[in-house]
Design a protein around this ligand. Structure first.
Ligand code: C5P
Length: 293
């Protein structure tokens, strides 16, 4: 038995503009994906019998929808390899939170099995296998923070300044298709060039066009966002949603600042009187983390 451990990082969308819609209903976006050091860990146990299986159940995710298994099958089909694998997953990235956890897990499966099976596909070929698994999967195969266009597959690497982030998870599960199909979604934001973004302070640039729809449909996300933004420790730092939510984040110059904000906000939440827990929006702090290159 040979076991291999591979990390799969989460992403934040520093901004997300919807600039159009394709005939098939998918939306044309402009966004910057930034990876953060909040990671799931995947364990691979190679099998010689060609079977692809999972050792861990994902609550609410049946086998046929499990992106890790679908990624492994896609690579097996594309290359004709006779090898198999048992995959287990240590989940730390909140599921369905707009942090790309499932997409990142799938990309890590493609990259890792391509090495472990010796199937030798190029990164470009892996990215082509990634796109049918989900619009956010190619950027994780790409492997670095990127300015993304198209539905998320047209990627240009960007070097971002060192920053830290505090991530919070409101108590809401937001299905992405519901947000993209909302009649009131802005679909005609004007396109920008990457240079415009790079010339601006990262946390202050642009907006997430999906926020107004999520805030309307899920008032607990709006409540959490407003409550966080009112805390003195954030000192006017914008609170923004990642992807289609529900996770929120605030950007800091240093990890120590994000850690301090995390400690102070946790203390407020813990120390507040009983009425506070009944009246304040329900959310949890995920963690303070560093932005990756
Ligand atoms: O590609 P993925 O499975 O992550 O997308 C989930 C849903 O989000 C799609 O079925 C589509 O409704 C919507 N979507 C979209 N435009 C994108 C990405 C996702 O409309 N660029």
């Amino acid at each position: 038995m040979t076991l291999y451990d591979v990390p799969a990082p989460a992403k934040l969308n520093l901004f997300l503009h919807v600039v159009g819609r394709r005939a098939d209903g998918y939306h044309l976006l402009q966004t910057v994906f930034r990876f953060i050091d909040l990671c799931d860990t995947l364990h691979f146990d190679l099998r010689r019998d060609g079977v692809i299986s999972r050792a861990t159940e994902l609550p609410g995710v049946p086998e046929e929808q499990d992106l890790t298994l679908r990624a492994a099958h896609a690579l097996q089909r594309a290359t004709g390899t006779k090898q198999g694998v048992q995959i287990s997953l240590e989940k730390r990235i909140p599921q369905g939170g707009g942090l790309g956890g499932g997409s990142s897990d799938a990309a890590s499966v493609l990259i890792a099995l391509n090495k472990l099976w010796g199937t030798c596909l190029s990164r470009r070929e892996l990215m082509d296998l990634a796109l049918p698994l989900g619009a956010d999967v190619p950027v994780f195969v790409f492997g670095q923070s990127a300015f993304a266009q198209g539905v998320g597959e047209d990627l240009t690497a960007v070097t971002l300044p060192e920053k830290a982030y505090l991530v919070a998870q409101p108590d809401a599960s937001v299905p992405t298709p519901r947000i993209f199909s909302a009649p009131d979604l802005t679909r005609d934001s004007s396109s920008i060039t990457m240079a415009v973004f790079l010339a601006s302070p990262t946390s202050r640039f642009g907006r997430n066009d999906l926020e107004p729809v999520v805030y309307r449909l899920y008032p607990e996300v709006l409540g959490a966002s407003r409550w966080l933004a009112e805390q003195g420790i954030l000192r006017g730092t914008p609170v923004r949603m990642s992807g289609s939510g529900a996770c929120l984040f605030a950007e800091f110059s240093e990890l120590s600042e994000a850690v301090l904000a995390e400690a102070e906000i946790s203390a407020i939440m813990r120390g507040a009187d009983k009425t506070f827990s009944q009246t304040h929006p329900r959310f949890r702090l995920v963690q303070a983390c560093t932005g990756l290159a």
